[in-house]
Design a protein around this ligand. Structure first.
Ligand SMILES: Nc1nc2c(ncn2[C@@H]2O[C@H](COP(=O)(O)OP(=O)(O)O)[C@@H](O)[C@H]2O)c(=O)[nH]1
Ligand SMILES: [Mg+2]
Length: 368
């Protein structure tokens, strides 16, 4: 399960977006103390799954999902003090920073004024500061241990953490570092917050929402908010939404909602864009299994081999893996059925090392 945590100043629109994006409402009174954490599941919108479902008319349609957490700010004001709840964000695969750009005298900003670039920087600084503390404490510990005994492994860890510390001291988030392989693995246990992919959600004013291409809107919003600097970073992306308009859309019947979006010159809701952007930012792709019983999207990191992908479905399928019957989404749609694809030699037999592609439709053959 992909996990994304909503972060940001109080009154930026986190809870509004969370409630719109997720169906679940259960509140997990987590042990970490500070705030109350609510966990919800969002279905990742995917037009391909819709078409496959139309083709197979299955009993069940199962989309890919992203889990979002929303953390209630501790203080009543929910100001900068509650900005970073380290414990609560630790298990997140990505952070979604809701940055307020909407003006509303009825909703005071905890810092007294609306300034998206300032807020984005303040959050970045907080993440970096939290990580610096973790790095420093770890280095102290490593120095102590290394005085007692020599260990090449610990020495390498010390080197990597020193690289991190140096970056953090220059106010560089760790997600901008190009660490690979073993070094990346070494860092994973520390759950550095500035190393997590970051999605900036710019919560626009109704007046700022103009029609047209979503990508153009995002660029325009990011520029207006002075956020270009952030977006040039690796593993950082942005989406522009207007929570207020999303609230209105959510109260409409689907057909009316589509008409409303079309009036605004949009093809999809901002919520759908946020959910999909979180998924894409994490480098996840979907493969599909299809049949009369169920059409389902499965989430895997880009570059996953077939046998590992099979394990997403069941460990037995990975263990008994014989081969994968694979057909590309476009082929299946063009031919209209799996049988027709087979007739045209478009169903490939792939081995366990095959790297699964986004949109592959797979039937795993396995021995029990
Ligand atoms: N005008 C306006 N108000 C909004 C918008 N998004 C959220 N709000 C309001 O701002 C207040 C705080 O929102 P909330 O989602 O609770 O923010 P959180 O503190 O970040 O969780 C609520 O009264 C919302 O209705 C928006 O896009 N426009
Ligand atoms: Mg809230």
């Amino acid at each position: 399960m992909l996990r994304a945590a909503l972060i940001g100043f109080g009154s930026s629109g986190k809870t509004t977006l969370f409630q719109l994006m997720t169906s679940a409402r259960e509140t997990a009174r987590a042990a970490h103390g500070k705030g109350e954490t609510t966990v919800g599941i969002s279905k990742v919108p995917d037009a391909r799954l819709d078409r496959l479902t139309a083709m197979y008319n299955p009993r069940k349609r199962v989309p890919a999902t992203v889990e979002f957490t929303d953390i209630a700010a501790a203080g009543a004001a929910g100001g900068a003090k509650a900005l970073v709840d380290v414990a609560a964000y630790k298990n997140a695969d990505a952070l979604v920073h809701v940055v307020r750009a909407f003006q509303d005298p009825a909703v005071p900003h905890p810092s007294g004024s609306v300034n998206p670039a300032r807020d984005a920087q303040a959050m970045e600084d907080e993440l970096i500061l939290a990580d610096l503390g973790v790095a420093e404490r770890r280095l102290e510990r490593l120095d102590k241990d290394l005085k007692k005994m020599r260990s090449p492994d610990l020495e390498r860890e010390r080197d990597v953490i020193q690289i991190c510390k140096a970056a953090l001291e220059q106010a560089k988030p760790l997600r901008t570092l190009d660490l690979r392989g073993e070094d990346l693995k070494r860092l994973r246990g520390f759950q550095f917050l500035s190393a997590k992919p970051l999605l900036i959600v710019i919560n626009l004013d109704e007046s700022q929402l103009s029609g047209g291409d979503a990508a153009v809107q995002i660029d325009r919003a990011a520029q207006a908010a002075g956020l270009e600097g952030f977006l040039s970073h690796a593993a950082t992306a942005a989406v522009a939404v207007c929570a207020k308009i999303e609230l209105e859309i959510a109260q409409l019947e689907p057909a009316d909602a589509a008409a409303f979006l079309a009036d605004l010159g949009l093809t999809e809701s901002g919520l759908d864009r946020v959910i999909r952007a979180s998924y894409d930012l994490l480098g996840y792709i979907s493969f599909f299994t299809v049949g009369e019983d169920e059409c389902r999207a499965w989430s895997i990191p880009r570059g996953t081999a077939a046998q590992l992908a099979a394990g997403e479905i069941h460990s037995d399928i990975a263990r008994g893996f014989i081969r994968a019957e694979v057909v590309g989404y476009d082929h299946l749609i063009a031919r209209g059925s799996m049988a027709a694809c087979r007739d045209h030699g478009e169903v490939r037999l792939e081995g366990k090392e095959y790297v699964v592609l986004d949109g592959d439709i797979i039937n795993f053959r396995f021995a029990t």
